[in-house]
Design a protein around this ligand. Structure first.
Ligand code: C2E
Ligand code: MG
Ligand code: MG
Ligand code: MG
Length: 283
């Protein structure tokens, strides 16, 4: 085929781009329909305190299965929602559903909720969130908003204003996927995050790559100094959990403790973890 000539490559590339654009538009249209039909659901993944092995909260993660497209991963549809102006409606739908579900949990458990970068340049975001909390009579202190380094860097002044408005009502702020973005350490000082989540890439490579453990240790020391809570993401094995605990990481999240599951299964999970010794559950 034409891939060898320069011209041919341009043609192939253009066709691929057209295919991708068509696919994105198909997903966009299906997603708009799903949002108005309220068909996108939050699932919930436990976050545990590794020293006590207790569940301390859950992160809401968007799940969507379209009747034609099948399961579409949030890694695919969230960026499309952002790019095509659907993220605000989608996010509000998910927060309404997630707070409703969290009302059935024990009071002390928090709900972690992801915000996209584009929501941090939209000055309506804080009020949209707070109004959902008021209507749901959901205590703002139980909400933890997760933002990424990219999210706070695109328009730092705008992001900071939104963060301030949320914090003024008691909402806590976590920095998600730490270590993979492009923020400077100086930003950590300006933003006063309540929590930092160590990206799963460091956990995944901690036994193969010595430098990963050094980086994790440095992050833990920094969090202690800056008085930030810390959670390691993507813990899949007992060995990772044990090692992270040993080096002083208190918070953990990952398939080892539990996969994201729907609201009903979350309640069952809470039921069993209350009646079963958690140590036995988590190995
Ligand atoms: P995230 O916020 O960093 O969420 C953690 C991701 O890691 C989730 O992927 C989760 O299912 C996955 N994960 C958890 N434990 C493990 C583990 O032990 N091993 C591995 N390999 N993966 C694990 P998911 O649900 O596919 O979400 C991907 C990303 O999409 C999220 O990353 C977040 O950035 C975004 N996202 C998901 N739901 C929402 C949402 O409601 N709103 C926004 N704005 N973004 C969302
Ligand atoms: Mg997150
Ligand atoms: Mg994360
Ligand atoms: Mg991630």
């Amino acid at each position: 085929h034409a891939k060898r000539s320069g011209r041919g490559r341009v043609v192939v590339y253009t066709q691929e781009m057209e295919e991708a654009a068509k696919r994105m538009t198909r997903i966009e249209q299906a997603l708009r329909r799903a949002v108005s039909a309220e068909e996108v659901e939050p699932h919930f993944q436990p976050i545990v305190e590794m020293t006590t092995k207790k569940v301390i909260g859950f992160e809401a993660l968007a799940r969507w299965t379209d009747k034609d497209l099948g399961f579409v991963s949030p890694g695919l549809f969230i960026p499309i929602a952002e790019e095509r102006g659907i993220i605000s409606a989608l996010s509000q739908l998910l927060l309404r559903k997630a707070t409703r579900a969290a009302q059935d949990w024990p009071d002390e458990l928090f709900l972690a909720f992801n915000l996209s970068p584009s929501q941090l340049v939209d000055q309506n975001t804080a009020e949209q969130i707070l109004s959902i909390l008021r209507r749901a009579e959901f205590e703002p202190r139980r909400l933890e908003v997760e933002i990424t380094e990219t999210g706070m860097m695109s328009d730092p002044a705008s992001a900071e204003k939104i963060v301030q408005d949320l914090r003024a009502e008691g909402v806590r702020i976590a920095l998600d996927d730490f270590g993979t973005g492009q923020s400077s350490l100086g930003r950590l000082r300006e933003f006063h995050f309540d929590k930092l989540k160590i990206d799963q890439a460091f956990v995944a490579s901690m036994f193969e790559d010595r430098s990963s453990e050094h980086i994790i240790r440095a992050i833990l020391a920094m969090c202690e100094g800056l008085n930030m809570e810390v959670v390691a993401e993507g813990i899949e094995t007992q060995e990772q959990a044990a090692r992270l605990s040993e080096i002083g990481c208190r918070g953990g999240q990952g398939y080892f403790f539990g996969r994201p599951v729907d609201a009903a299964a979350t309640l069952r999970y809470l039921g069993t973890s209350a009646s079963t010794p958690p140590i036995a559950r988590f190995g």
